[in-house]
Design a protein around this ligand. Sequence first.
Ligand code: 5GP
Length: 210
Amino acid sequence: MIRQGSLVVVSGFSGVGKGTVIDALMKKSDLYAYSVSATTREARKDEQHGREYFFLNEQQFNEMIRDDELIEFACYCDHYYGTPRKFVEEQMRLGKDVILEIETQGAEKIRQQYPDALLIFIMPPSGAELKNRLAGRGSESEQVIRQRLQRAVKESESIEDYTYIFINDDAGQCAEKMHSLIQAQRSRTTRNMPVINAIRSEILAFTKGE
Ligand code: 5GP
């Protein structure tokens, strides 16, 4: 009997290293599926259509909204980002835990639609370390770093809406802790109703001498 998979939302400030943590997490189980989002922002060099994102123009994105093909979408820094419905629903039916790397407004919409979703927020070890990591990328101006830190202040107001936080001190260890948590969630009662009901019926049948 296949147990329905679940949704795992992973958010975190720009520069916290969520991408590295998620890459390490994905390697830990075949039962993880990564949801590739749709976006209207330009592809950065090294990004591939269908791998990092589905890069769409605004008309294509609006068509997806109109046809109810996105579970959630949000505007972030003047661009739209959204989670395609079909892949997520298919993978959950196959029993996969689907990982959504999305920002806080999208996370809230997922929480409303899927009360069982696991909401994880990845934190830096300290504010100073976040600033160092952003500066350490070397590609961003002082002004962009300041903008991202301002955005982090705003996003930090939503942290209480998440179920768990993990501190990304070491990406490998952070992924290991997240993996343990997601595995433990597989034993939640609400995620095992088909097997619970099957065993209940079986026992009941015995009492009736069947
Ligand atoms: P970036 O442009 O740096 O790749 O992503 C910007 C922000 O958009 C990040 O916080 C990322 O988590 C978020 N994001 C990526 N995909 C989605 C999505 O499908 N929905 C929402 N709501 N946010 C997303």
